[in-house]
Design a protein around this ligand. Structure first.
Ligand code: PEP
Ligand code: MN
Length: 336
């Protein structure tokens, strides 16, 4: 059960509510986010819900039986809007494109990509400064200096930045140089990291775990919401299956399912989802039709020279075409 409390609820009123729920055998967790104040009551005892709803300080009461409650659409039908400032947002009813290199490599690389994003109308630059690599011998990113450079160049042109955070100690250093923190597939269930990201006032995009279920993704998002961060974006990026013909199996089923289960925006990463350059475009276009609120794709001026993930990275010509096609498909879909 989710109990929405009034913003400035009196301590005495809150105690009455807590005592009432405790007397019914409910376990209570208090949640304060950037936007609201909630009590999450876990229990099964039946009672007349009006007895709770009528108490001073209670704004609304919602019964939510899902394992995840705060991210569930069962209590919040209105979609969550992630406002990035400067007229840029990630939201249902919109389609936000994010693109950039797998890894931040150099100032020249980032400048050229930012020019390309400005020319093609893409508002968010992606780029890993801290790279999770399966092989310890692979390029592991330029670190915080790379992120600062990327942020400076992007912001000078009005472009927002998303970059992956791999561990708690990086959060504070990165905070001023990202508009969205990205939690990678290898960290989807790093609950300590999620808990700390719940304490920041900055949007977080969380990717689905490599072998994670849809429910597990929602529970991971719930961790951050519980810790105080409502500014969350879900991302389908493919899962590991028995299929070996593609890097991952992009589960586009997850898009309508997540949209139905949660009020959070959902975006798709077709680059990691399929892992093969030629097939990124059809899967990106399919993501639009599946109902995604945006995509995140890997691009590079010379993909064959990229420090990581070149095999799934689009060049400027390919990505320019794709951005245009996605906008066309989105406009067509809206007109239906
Ligand atoms: C990435 O975005 O470059 C990345 C490492 O993605 P994922 O966590 O989905 O593997
Ligand atoms: Mn990558």
């Amino acid at each position: 059960m989710v109990v929405e409390l009034e913003e400035h609820i009196k301590e005495a009123d809150q105690k009455v509510i807590n005592d009432f729920l405790a007397s019914l055998g409910y376990k209570i967790a208090e949640v304060k986010t950037q936007k609201s104040h909630y009590l999450i009551a876990i229990g099964k005892n039946e009672f007349d819900i009006r007895k709770l709803g009528n108490k001073p300080g209670v704004m609304d009461v919602h019964r939510v039986s899902d394992e995840y409650k705060l991210v569930s659409r069962k209590w919040k039908a209105a979609p969550t809007i992630i406002d990035l400032g400067g007229g840029i947002s990630v939201r249902e009813g919109g389609f936000t494109m994010m693109a950039g290199p797998c890894s931040v490599e150099s100032e020249e690389q980032i400048s050229k990509i930012v020019d390309h994003l400005v020319d093609t109308g893409v508002p968010v630059l992606r780029g890993g400064a801290f790279k999770p690599r399966s092989s310890p011998y692979a390029f592991r990113g330029l670190g915080i200096e790379g992120l600062k450079m990327m942020y400076r160049i992007a912001h000078a042109r009005g472009i927002k930045v998303i970059s992956e955070v791999m561990e708690i100690s990086q959060i504070a250093d990165m905070f001023d140089y990202v508009d969205i923190f990205q939690v990678g597939a290898r960290n989807t269930q790093n609950f300590n990291l999620l808990h700390e990201l719940g304490k920041v006032d900055k949007p977080v995009l969380i990717k689905r775990g490599i072998s994670g279920t849809i429910e597990e993704l929602l529970q991971s998002a719930e961790y951050m919401f519980m810790s105080g961060n409502e500014k969350l974006i879900l991302c389908e990026r493919g899962i590991r299956t028995y299929e070996k013909a593609t890097r991952n199996t992009l589960d586009l089923n997850a898009v309508p399912v997540l949209k139905e289960k949660s009020h959070l925006p959902v975006i798709v990463d077709p680059s990691h989802g399929i892992g093969i350059r030629e097939f990124v475009e059809p899967m990106a276009l399919a993501s639009v039709l599946a109902g995604a609120d945006g995509v995140i794709v890997e691009i590079h001026e010379k993909p064959e020279e990229a420090a990581s993930d070149g095999q799934q990275t689009l060049n400027f010509e390919e990505s320019g075409m794709l951005f245009k096609k996605m906008n066309d498909v989105f406009a067509m879909k809206k007109s239906w």
